[in-house]
Ligand binder design. Structure first.
Ligand code: ATP
Ligand code: MG
Length: 380
């Protein structure tokens, strides 16, 4: 959602005539503005675009696979564009209000046209596998080296967060499909790398131990997705342990199949519901955590190393008008929007702190930020 949190200030509106494809899409924008004759209220009504559709060819941009890029920087933002769904195409047509100009920039085609720069922009045609190689693989390498990593999927409801984080989960845990998301791919790669490292450093007696937990935050209450009778769990702080969730189940895993079974179990327990914007909308934030511990012997000493990986699939922000939320859905939406605002506020405050300002960081204003407080946010 570049409109909410641009990394670069809107500059001079960029011409969209860079490539023939982008140009075709841009001319669609001009059609739109002339057809609405400057009526500000109707500028954003996509139904104006439904008629007289011309198929829009979307350019493909390759993403750079460079693990070093992720090791040098503490925080990175990748925007993924998803294809227009069949239902959206029928209702609103094919024209986009965001045009990708390069593998790092997007232009919003409103008034004024505004360009935003991110660390990466993944185009509509990027595969799940490619995204894993760009984002997931370096995180696994970092965690195996003892660094904590945290991946958030943030965005409007229906924008593809759950598809990106989970995607298709295979029932037997053996075969991943083209639609399998980052989480199953991360663990497939992690266990292959563990096997490789343990063999390579057999003389050091290197061993890895992995344990996972899976929770959801629904209406500001924490439930264990692996033990759903454990509801309203509390966050505690301890000098040794740091911030942790009391009584949360932790399971040892040693294969992608073990992880897949946990994911299937947890996903089945997660709160989901149909809204106008997504027939399988996540109504809670989910946090899948894996602690990767390694130990080895050298010079008659035992060495220990820990890395923690948090994979967070947030519930999407939504407008009541678009999602049609009522009753329970509306209450959920209010909680979702409030906790996402707190997350945004915490991040903005941390940016101020990183710039030398003395500010109170409101971690405790939401369960999600309180839970993730122990993370290396300060380096943001
Ligand atoms: N890159 C993609 N390619 C193909 N289909 C996609 C892609 N991204 C999302 N989809 C499809 O779009 C629909 C909505 O995606 P998803 O459920 O992941 O959204 P979400 O961001 O998790 O929404 P919410 O916040 O409501 O949970 C799903 O049917 C999903 O399969
Ligand atoms: Mg979702």
């Amino acid at each position: 959602d570049p409109g909410r949190n641009p990394r670069s200030a809107p500059g001079t509106p960029k011409s969209l005539a860079g490539t023939p494809r982008a140009c075709a899409a841009a001319s669609g924008v001009r059609d739109r503005s002339s057809s609405i004759g400057g009526a500000a209220k109707r500028v954003f009504d996509l139904r104006d675009l439904a008629a007289a559709e011309v198929p829009v060819e979307v350019p493909h941009f390759e993403l750079d696979e460079d693990p070093a890029f992720w090791m040098d920087r503490n925080v990175q933002v990748l925007v993924r564009l998803r294809p227009i769904s069949a239902a959206e195409s029928t209702a609103y047509g094919q024209k986009r209000c965001l045009i990708q100009d390069s593998s790092k920039t997007l232009s919003w085609t409103g008034h004024p046209e505004t360009m935003f720069t991110f660390d990466h922009v993944a185009c509509e045609t990027i595969s799940q596998e490619k995204l894993f190689r760009v984002v997931g693989l370096p995180m696994v390498e970092n965690c195996m080296s003892g660094y904590n990593g945290c991946l958030f999927a943030y965005g409007q409801t229906g924008s593809g967060k759950t598809y990106t984080m989970m995607g298709e989960l295979s029932k037997d845990g053996n075969e991943l499909s083209n639609d399998s998301g980052l989480t199953p791919r991360i663990f497939e790669y992690l266990f292959a790398r563990i096997k490789e490292e343990e063999e390579r450093r057999r003389e050091d007696k290197l061993k890895y131990i992995c344990k996972c937990s899976f929770l959801e935050i629904y209406n500001e209450q924490i439930t264990d997705l692996l033990e759903p009778s454990s509801t309203n769990l509390q966050i505690r702080e301890d000098i040794k342990k740091g911030v942790y969730v009391e009584n949360l189940m932790e399971c040892y895993v040693s294969s992608v199949k073990d992880v897949m079974l946990l994911l299937l179990q947890g996903v089945a327990n997660r709160k989901m519901a149909a809204t106008n914007m997504n027939s399988e909308s996540s109504r809670s934030h989910s946090v899948f955590t894996c602690v990767i511990e390694s130990h080895w012997e050298r010079d008659s000493m035992t060495h220990l190393r820990f890395g923690r990986l948090n994979l967070v699939d947030l519930a999407g922000s939504e407008r009541q008008k678009s999602s049609g939320a009522e009753g329970d859905r509306l209450k959920e939406a209010a909680n979702i929007n409030r906790s996402l605002s707190t997350l945004g506020l915490v991040i903005m405050t941390l940016v101020d702190v990183a710039n030398g300002k003395s500010r109170h960081v409101p971690y405790r204003d939401s369960r999600l930020t309180f839970l993730l407080q122990g993370f290396p946010w300060r380096k943001l």
